[in-house]
Design a protein around this ligand. Structure first.
Ligand SMILES: [Zn+2]
Length: 63
């Protein structure tokens, strides 16, 4: 299973402040389709991001 790298901090699109990740990384790492929550340190908004695989077109059939 492929592991997806998730940033610990993102930039809030509302106020431009840093939003820190609230969701702890699972033992085997984040996977495509997981949801990660961030809390903005500026406006306090919560942001939910779906984990997406960066490499498009990788066909993992079989196995
Ligand atoms: Zn904000």
């Amino acid at each position: 299973m492929k592991r997806v790298e998730i940033p610990e901090v993102i930039i809030c699109v509302d106020c431009g402040q840093k939003a820190h990740r609230m969701t702890h990384e699972p033992e085997f790492g984040f996977r495509c389709g997981d949801w990660v929550a961030y809390r903005c340190s500026g406006c306090g908004d919560r942001w939910d991001m779906e984990v997406a695989d960066n490499d498009q077109g990788a066909d993992g059939q079989g196995g």
